[in-house]
Ligand binder design. Structure first.
Ligand code: ADP
Length: 269
């Protein structure tokens, strides 16, 4: 479109004089938009052939033993990789939608406590034989104005990460509470932790601390980017604290204005 984007920088000097620098950044913004559109379009176009491939793999696997038992393993691997690719495309599309929606108003009430309970249930299944202890301490009737699917993706990414990066038997603790500043969700684990030099870059697309370990956990490398953008869309922000070998603490902060009206704020610290 024909919008003009200007970047303005004002410098004030001691003698009262001011210097104003105006830079035309329209071209930069247009390139960025083209990149976003391209990623969204490619992701969308790749989904259809992938669905066809995955669709054929299922019956082939079912009959593999009758036709040739040696096909079973390669077919299983193909199915796993197709599933991984589907997750990646879903995440890319979700991210593209989040970036495109940044200005949209969010008014639907989202009850967070039941959402977290459902996520904990799924996380327990993901944990499986690893038997993590997953604890939930949530203020009931504390609802956000927002988009339930986006918040659900954001919160489940944090909880599934806690499961993925915590050795068997570890503990994962979720807290959802309000105070004078607004509402907060924290996800704390006793997992492998993250070195401080990585913390500022964690929410970048595809940024991974340890590529080999992350690949084996089946992640897409987009999880925390999705969390960041879903929170921005809800006027919130993500805070990360971590210590290698001790565990990590991810906290989502939402301003009081993002809470449904008529809800009293708690006094918890
Ligand atoms: P991935 O799909 O690789 O998990 P994410 O964007 O969700 O991608 O996370 C980015 C990286 O941050 C991960 O690869 C991992 O190294 C690190 N990370 C995320 N959550 C945790 C956690 N709870 N404990 C330790 N490391 C984590």
């Amino acid at each position: 479109n024909d919008r003009l984007y200007l970047q303005v920088q004002i410098t004030r000097y001691g003698n009262g004089e001011q210097l104003m620098l105006v830079r035309d950044v329209t071209h930069v913004r247009q390139l960025e938009q083209m990149r976003k559109d391209f990623v969204a379009n490619v992701s969308h176009e790749l989904r259809t052939p992938l669905t066809v491939i995955a669709g054929y793999l299922e019956p082939m696997l079912e009959h593999a033993d009758e036709v040739n038992p040696r096909w079973r393993r390669p077919l299983q691997q193909m199915q796993q990789q197709a599933e991984r690719m589907k997750n990646l495309l879903d995440d890319l599309l979700l991210l593209a939608r989040l970036e495109a929606n940044d200005n949209q108003q969010l008014r639907q009430p989202v009850e967070v406590e039941p959402l977290l309970q459902a996520i904990v249930k799924d996380a327990q299944i993901l944990s499986g034989a690893d038997e993590h202890r997953i604890l939930l301490d949530a203020e009931p009737d504390l609802a956000l104005k927002g988009n339930e699917a986006e918040l659900s993706s954001a919160f489940s990414n944090l909880v599934y990460n806690a499961v993925k990066y915590t050795p068997p038997g570890g503990e994962i603790r979720l807290r959802w509470w309000s105070d004078r500043d607004g509402a907060h969700l924290s996800v704390q684990d006793t997992g492998i932790g993250i070195e401080s030099r990585h913390l500022t870059r964690l929410t970048e697309r595809f940024y991974r601390v340890d590529a080999s370990r992350s690949a084996s956990t089946g992640g897409t490398g987009l999880g925390l980017a999705i969390v960041k953008h879903a929170l921005i869309h809800h006027n919130g922000r993500l805070e990360i604290a971590s210590e290698p070998g001790k565990g990590s603490l991810f906290t989502c902060h939402f301003p009081a204005t993002q809470l449904m009206e008529g809800r009293a704020l708690g006094n918890a610290s």
